[in-house]
Design a protein around this ligand. Structure first.
Ligand code: NAD
Length: 257
């Protein structure tokens, strides 16, 4: 029986993520800003991490023996299956974190078919494929799935149409899977506001954007990599053992007003 999935928390309040030590964790988008922070964070707990990304492996990056880098494209099921076949040679996966993503900003009227289809294939279909390929074995051994959604899947944001629709769909898929894959697999998501990253570097280079965004958030700050890693650790570990089908808002109150 796997350590994760449907288990009550230990009551070990000083170290609530103890069940993630030695867990096997796969992070999609693992060479992106948030994905890399998640890989490093879970490895720092002692988890064994598979980092999956379509981007090439940079041989100059420092090597962490707890993090295995793999190249795969979430649009191509066969590349995901190849990684899963490797994982199947081990004792299997405990946690799947869907942290890949692509943003091409457009409002509804101007969104051409190619943009819509490309974004859908990565942001929605990619999560569907990863859950089927990597999550299916968890149904018999137990596990936890956490997907990174977005506040843009909850509130309407300028030029955020296709991405927002896909992130909203990820939240609904999270609910469906939570019901269908219970009792052994818990499935949750987070919905962050803006965070400096590869995806948002153009936005954060604009001082007006940063000022206006910060001002619009009741807590008066945007997100950080650490915000994300803590929330995902909570949802992946038995500290959140009774939580499933939930999308955790991480928006400093933005969606409340
Ligand atoms: N940064 C933000 O403000 C923010 C806010 C809310 C949600 N998110 C979400 O957080 C997640 C991480 O994004 P980030 O901010 O770190 O951006 P990022 O651009 O730094 O990372 C995204 C990663 O996904 C990978 N990727 C893209 N398409 C892929 C594909 N087809 N197959 C495999 N990998 C692919 C990229 O190579 C990249 O490494 C995404 O799901 C994003 O939508 C980000």
């Amino acid at each position: 029986m796997a350590k994760l999935g449907n288990f009550p928390p230990s009551g070990d309040y000083a170290f609530p993520y103890r069940d993630l030590v030695n867990a096997q964790v796969l992070v999609t988008g693992g060479r992106g800003t948030l994905g890399n922070a998640l890989c490093q964070g879970f490895a720092s707990l002692g988890a064994r991490v598979w980092s999956l990304d379509m981007s090439a492996i940079n041989s100059n990056d420092p090597v962490n023996p707890l993090i295995q880098q793999r190249v795969a494209d979430v649009r191509q099921r066969n590349t995901l299956v190849q990684v899963q076949e490797e994982i199947a040679q081990t004792e299997g996966l405990d946690v799947l974190i869907n942290a890949h993503g692509l943003q091409l900003r457009s409002d509804f009227a101007d969104c051409d078919e190619e943009t819509w289809m490309t974004l859908t294939d990565v942001n929605l279909n990619g999560v569907y494929r990863c859950c089927q390929v990597f999550g299916e074995p968890m149904r018999s051994r137990g596990g936890a799935i956490v997907s990174i959604g977005s506040v843009n899947g909850v509130v309407v944001s300028g030029k955020g149409t296709p991405y927002g629709v896909q992130k909203a769909a990820v939240s609904h898929m999270t609910k469906i899977m939570a019901v269908e894959w219970a009792p052994l697999v818990r499935v949750n998501a987070i919905a962050p506001t803006a965070i400096p990253s590869g995806m948002t570097k153009d936005l954060f280079a604009n001082q007006d954007y940063v000022r206006n965004k910060t001002e619009s958030i009741p807590l008066k700050r945007t997100g950080t990599e650490e915000d994300i890693v803590h929330a995902v650790m909570f949802l992946a570990s038995s500290a959140s053992g009774l939580v499933t089908g939930h999308t955790l808002m991480m928006d400093g109150g933005l969606s409340l007003i």
